[in-house]
Design a protein around this ligand. Structure first.
Ligand SMILES: [Zn+2]
Length: 231
């Protein structure tokens, strides 16, 4: 697989900082994080990452708080420290050379389902099947950043672009920050719909024949890791 990665000079890194900050702040505005929760990374050249730092609310984050990490997660720029969940992001990047951005939230509806042991169901709506495929896996609870959890994540990341972590939250990734954010947003939106449908007593999914057609449309649109690996 050919990987096109930007070689970021200063002006482009400045743009990336602005974009990453806007998305990190949006996590707080949406109510998807509390305290110091949530994190966002962007893959730069040479496995370097631009990342939100640990121990700072997304509400008060500024561009100068963002950190640049080298391939060994040493801080190259910025006076703050990396967050502990960085291993989750690195697991996704290791599994998926095409991925350039990862977003992690504790969005309440998706996290409520993850606490209840219920996976978010994309097959409720046609659009979400095209966008995210037929499954948004719920990884079973494992000790945070344990070898077991990272192994599960790497395997799942080969097949999907978003998932939920048991008793934890949402992890989504994409070609860029916007796509990773939109996928995290879609997971939370679906979870809100699913919870309301559960309150009404029933969650129905699309007929199997239609799912096959939608998954075909997804593949033709070049969406999903399977479509990419074939290309
Ligand atoms: Zn978390």
């Amino acid at each position: 697989m050919t990987v096109h990665r930007l070689h970021l000079g200063e002006p482009t890194l400045a743009l990336a900082r602005r974009q990453l900050l806007a998305i990190a702040q949006e996590l707080h505005t949406r109510g998807w994080v509390a305290n110091h929760d949530g994190n966002v990374t962007l893959r730069l050249a040479g496995e370097h990452l631009l990342a939100t730092p640990t121990a700072l609310s997304k509400r008060v984050l500024t561009e100068s708080d963002l950190i640049v990490l080298d391939a060994k997660d040493r801080v190259l720029q910025g006076g703050r420290k990396p967050f502990s969940e960085l291993k989750l992001h690195r697991a996704v990047y290791a599994a998926r050379p095409d991925v350039r951005a990862v977003v992690h939230t504790h969005a309440p509806n998706a996290t409520a389902l993850a606490v209840a042991g219920v996976a978010v169901e994309p097959r409720m709506l046609a659009e979400s099947v095209v966008s995210l495929g037929a499954e948004i896996p719920l990884l079973p609870y494992a000790f945070p950043q344990s070898a077991e959890q990272l192994a599960q994540l790497k395997t799942a990341a080969l097949a999907v672009d978003a998932l939920t972590l048991g008793n934890h939250g949402v992890l989504a990734w994409g070609d860029d920050l916007e796509q990773a954010f939109l996928r995290a947003e879609l997971v939370e939106h679906l979870a809100a719909i699913q919870l309301r449908a559960l309150q009404l007593g029933r969650v129905t999914t699309l007929p199997n024949a239609d799912l096959a057609r939608l998954l075909d449309a997804r593949k033709k649109a070049g969406l999903g890791p399977q479509a990419r690996n074939k290309g």
